[in-house]
Design a protein around this ligand. Structure first.
Ligand code: NAD
Length: 341
């Protein structure tokens, strides 16, 4: 029997801990063998929780660890480029959380490093591994709604952003952190590339950011024209409070398709006091819990079978390019063309 692929986790925060849980026991053919995180006790705590011996503050010794065949990069986005380039240079296969990086130039550098090393590279667009999203994609490909005309994708997150996200120049803002997923879905469902976008944005729910970060927006709407003539609309919001809301509507020439629901369960109720009620989805952690596991399994299968990953560096790069065009459009109040050549 083949030895399991050794996984090193770099960054053990919110996303990293989901991957730790999956690679520590739920994904076949892989084993979590090391964790690194510079925050006090973070790596040690995660390593202990998931039965891992090796924990480090810095990612360099993790990359030197011979038991690590592949890394999962789940640090804040501004570290992705340096870590991915360093991991590729050590011949490690790489799973990198979205957004791939902050600039297209960084993405190019990462893709070149990965290609030169001949390692596998996957970006964390886990909606491509979600059961409902996959069913929708299959229905689209089977022509169930005729030819696709318009994809409308929205994500609303419940929580107020961490302070670093308020600085849009440093974080690329909610378009990057939240709407990257919708952007990837748009490309996936239309089969086209975004060639033009116009975006408007504003800050409606985060008054504490207004003075120091006047560019910060908590609500954004982005219209897009695709290379194959199709249309796309993306709507993103943070700090909505009511729950985690991820829904897509796809309009075709012969019908319409809806993906996702705000309802956490299939149970709803009606009471004398409150009328009709249901429980809202609270977090991406629960909504996409299976998708995170499936994306991890797909990554490991690509390594074991020496096949292409299902979401690669070009998908990551395109999403970053569209995010940046959207932010430019918000600033200039004008449509922005995107060069896809
Ligand atoms: N796919 C998804 O649905 C999803 C969900 C959440 C976050 N993310 C992405 O995952 C990444 C991390 O986000 P998060 O919400 O988990 O952030 P977080 O702040 O909760 O965790 C980040 C962790 O990385 C650590 N870290 C910082 N620098 C490091 C370094 N040089 N080496 C190792 N660890 C380092 C921090 O100490 C922290 O523990 C971001 O790119 C984010 O966009 C993706």
């Amino acid at each position: 029997m083949k030895a399991p692929i050794g996984i090193g986790l770099i960054g053990s925060g919110r996303a990293g801990r989901i991957h730790a849980r999956n690679f520590a026991g739920r994904i076949s053919g892989a084993q979590l063998v090391a964790v690194s995180d510079p925050a006090p006790d973070a790596a040690k705590t995660t390593a202990e929780e998931f039965g891992v011996d090796a924990s480090y503050e810095h990612y360099e010794p993790l990359l030197e660890n011979g038991a690590v065949d592949a890394v999962v990069v789940a640090t804040p986005t501004n570290f992705h480029r340096d870590i991915v380039v360093a991991a590729a240079a050590r011949g490690k296969h790489i799973f990198c959380e979205k957004p791939m990086a902050l600039t297209v130039e960084e993405c190019r550098e990462m893709n070149e490093a990965v290609a030169a090393a001949g390692v596998k590279f996957q970006i964390g667009f886990m909606r491509r591994f979600d059961k409902s999203f996959r069913e929708a994609k299959e229905a689209i490909d089977d022509g169930v709604i005729g030819d696709v005309v318009l994809v409308k994708s929205l994500t609303h997150g419940p929580s107020t952003p961490q302070r670093w996200m308020y600085d849009v120049a440093a974080s690329n803002g909610p378009l990057a952190e939240v709407s990257s997923h919708d952007i990837d879905t748009l490309r996936w469902f239309t089969g086209g590339e975004v060639v033009e976008t116009y975006a408007i944005a504003g800050n409606y729910r985060c008054p504490d950011a207004r003075e120091e970060f006047p560019d910060f927006y908590d609500n954004v709407v982005m219209t897009t024209r695709l290379s194959n003539g199709l249309q796309g609309v993306i709507e993103g919001a943070v700090s909505v409070g009511y729950g985690y809301d991820a829904r897509v509507e796809i309009l075709g020439t012969k019908g319409v398709l809806f993906v996702g629901s705000l309802n956490e369960s299939r149970v709803s109720y009606c009471t004398v006091d409150r009328g009709v009620g249901a429980t809202a989805v609270k977090s991406w952690r629960t909504l996409f819990i299976d998708a995170y596991e499936h994306e991890g399994q797909s990554f490991v299968d690509a390594i074991a079978g020496d096949s292409e990953t299902m979401v690669g560096g070009i998908d990551g790069l395109r999403a970053v390019q569209i995010v940046n065009a959207g932010n430019e459009s918000i600033g200039s109040r004008a449509p922005v063309a995107i060069d896809i050549n």
